[in-house]
Design a protein around this ligand. Structure first.
Ligand SMILES: C[S@@+](CC[C@H](N)C(=O)[O-])C[C@H]1O[C@@H](n2cnc3c(N)ncnc32)[C@H](O)[C@@H]1O
Length: 269
């Protein structure tokens, strides 16, 4: 009996030691991560304050922007958009998801004196909120928030919940496409369909900005777009949540043949 118990006991003690060592290692790694985050947090926050101040000055706003934390585009991302508009002077701007970005883009077009923002928004509550913000800033004539519920799109044999983008005016030649929706919670690689469904409408010389490019999902989307749209040059901009910029030297991919389904999906949480 003892002879059997001793090896079993030894094995149990060994397993306990291994388990404890593994836990200690995990705690050690976590402590390093927390220390690194704590060290970089003030610099990250300062960068956002700088970018916010830059936005207020460059856009000469006399009203406050909507909140730019959490779900909204971060100030550094919004400043990249503003600088791009100032340099490239796009006429047709399409964005996937409305909010602070709509105000920034509309104000840029107002300052340049021409152009129109078409903002796809799947959630009626946020659509109304963005329209109210546009009105508060006196920018309603520069941007249209288009309620476009998520519906199923069939692309390359797969089904994707994405905006009912047929609600955009027909035949747009898009100079600037800003992709910050739909939210990740609506599905895996939720923003991928913007490629096959909107890139064929990019004008020559157009640019695409993808927010949240630091996320694994967005990186997978970027890899997929690189394979499917090799003529779009991708680069990464140093923004808090990651920002990818794609440039269209020319994009002549035909629009995909899509099977229409009429199911409209409920707004996501
Ligand atoms: C990443 S947010 C879009 C942000 C927008 N481009 C901006 O700069 O403010 C994507 C979508 O999330 C939804 N949304 C925005 N704020 C939200 C919140 N606080 N909670 C839940 N959904 C939100 C809206 O439908 C929006 O279109």
């Amino acid at each position: 009996m003892f002879a059997l118990l001793t090896p079993a006991l030894l094995a149990a003690v060994l397993l306990l030691c291994l388990w404890t060592l593994r836990k200690v290692r995990l705690i050690h790694l976590l402590a390093h991560e927390v220390r690194d985050q704590a060290a970089s947090a003030p610099a990250t926050l300062f960068r956002q304050l700088e970018a916010y101040d830059g936005l207020q000055r460059e856009l000469r706003l006399d009203r406050s922007l909507p909140p730019t934390r959490g779900w909204a585009g971060s100030p550094d991302f919004l400043l990249e958009l503003a600088r791009h508009v100032q340099a490239a002077q796009p006429q047709v701007v399409v964005e996937c998801s409305s909010g602070a970005s709509t105000i920034v883009l509309a104000r840029c077009l107002q300052l340049q004196g021409t152009g129109q923002v078409y903002s796809l928004e799947h959630d009626p509550v946020y659509a109304a909120q963005t329209r109210a913000e546009l009105a508060r800033h006196g920018l309603s004539q520069w941007a249209q928030v288009i309620e476009a519920p998520l519906r199923m799109h069939q692309l390359a044999g797969e089904h994707w919940p994405w905006y009912a983008a047929e609600r955009l005016p027909a035949g747009l030649a898009i100079d600037l496409l800003v992709i910050d929706g739909p939210p990740q919670a609506t599905g895996t690689q939720a923003r991928y369909p913007a490629g096959p469904l909107l890139f064929p409408q990019l004008a020559s010389g157009a640019a695409v900005f993808l927010d949240d490019a630091a996320r694994r999902d967005e990186q997978a989307i970027l890899r997929r777009w690189r394979e499917e749209f090799p003529s779009l040059r991708q680069s990464l901009l140093a923004c808090e949540k990651g920002c990818a910029r794609l440039r269209n030297d020319h994009c002549a991919r035909p629009a995909p043949q899509e099977t229409r389904t009429d199911a409209i999906l409920a707004p996501a949480d």
